[in-house]
Write a protein that binds this ligand. Structure first.
Ligand SMILES: C[S@@+](CC[C@H](N)C(=O)[O-])C[C@H]1O[C@@H](n2cnc3c(N)ncnc32)[C@H](O)[C@@H]1O
Length: 267
């Protein structure tokens, strides 16, 4: 597969970003069941954590029982339902109305409690009282918005002084970024993603600088499947990954994974 449509348009606007995610909410095709049914959401969740098994460990859902959690960019709400099931007092925001209405529907369907608001992470602090969340979580979101520092500034206002920020940003020194640069891949399932910035650890330090202290960064996740099969819900490893031992693949993910998993605390 050779993909020529490529990322960044320095001039992309927040409307471009909103339109892109409204036209195809993230992971919307993670299930073959009718959209909005229980079977649909169960399959979306099973597929997400099968392909991205590092997420539950990183989010550490049980840890936030009884705590106030804000998710910036909750998408369809796959992580959201897991925060709520584990007893968090959960709030999710997203720029995309199409994504958020599915997340709301999902909570209703499963009898879960949560608050949702369509809003831009770049101004999310206007929506809630200052210092009101124990944990703010944002998985694969901030690298998609035009003013990424503005999101961090807003999150800083909302987090309690003893709170924690957990965030995933795309990693520059990654297998996927190398494939994108060579025209063999693209950042998202749908082409034409307006913005998908990739980060080094130094860039993360800069992004959070003066507002948060970075406690840890770790790379994870190389997508190893043959795309043509994957879209038919068949999981066949690419021959070059099939040839590797599990240990070699894990070492590769550790060093060149697409997901930079960041934990940070407010300064
Ligand atoms: C790759 S998806 C990730 C969704 C979800 N976190 C997940 O892991 O499934 C990116 C999400 O970020 C949202 N997003 C992008 N820019 C945003 C912004 N400025 N404010 C709020 N949400 C934003 C998109 O609408 C989309 O739902």
């Amino acid at each position: 597969m050779n993909i020529s449509t490529q990322v960044p348009t320095g001039s992309a606007t927040i409307d471009d970003v909103r339109n892109y995610w409204n036209s195809r909410p993230c992971n919307i095709r993670h299930s073959s069941h009718p959209i909005g049914t229980k079977d649909y959401f169960d399959q979306v969740e099973a597929r997400k954590y099968f392909v991205e098994p590092h997420i539950p460990g990183f989010a550490d859902f049980p840890r936030w029982k009884g705590k106030k959690v804000l998710e910036v960019g909750c998408g369809l709400g796959t992580d959201a339902v897991n925060f709520a099931r584990n007893g968090a007092d959960y709030t999710g925001v997203d720029l995309s109305e199409a994504s958020l209405s599915l997340a709301r529907q999902r909570f209703e369907l499963f009898g879960l409690k949560g608050q949702f608001k369509v809003c831009d992470g770049e101004s999310v602090a206007e929506q809630f009282p200052a210092n009101s969340f124990d944990m703010i979580y944002s998985f694969g979101v901030i690298h998609h918005t035009p003013d990424q520092r503005a999101v961090i500034e807003n999150i800083r206002k909302l987090i309690r002084p003893d709170g924690e920020f957990r965030c995933m940003l795309y990693a520059k020194h990654s297998w996927k970024d190398a494939m994108i640069e060579c025209g063999f891949d693209q950042p998202e399932a749908q082409s034409g993603c307006p913005i998908a910035t990739t980060y080094t650890v130094e860039m993360v330090e800069q992004l959070l600088g003066g507002l948060f202290k970075v406690e840890s960064t770790q790379q994870a996740h190389i997508f190893p499947y043959v795309i043509e099969k994957y879209i038919k819900y068949e999981y066949e490893l690419q021959p070059w990954f099939k040839a590797m031992s599990k240990e070699m693949f894990a070492a590769l993910e550790n060093r060149f994974g697409w997901h930079m998993l960041i934990t940070a605390r407010p300064i």
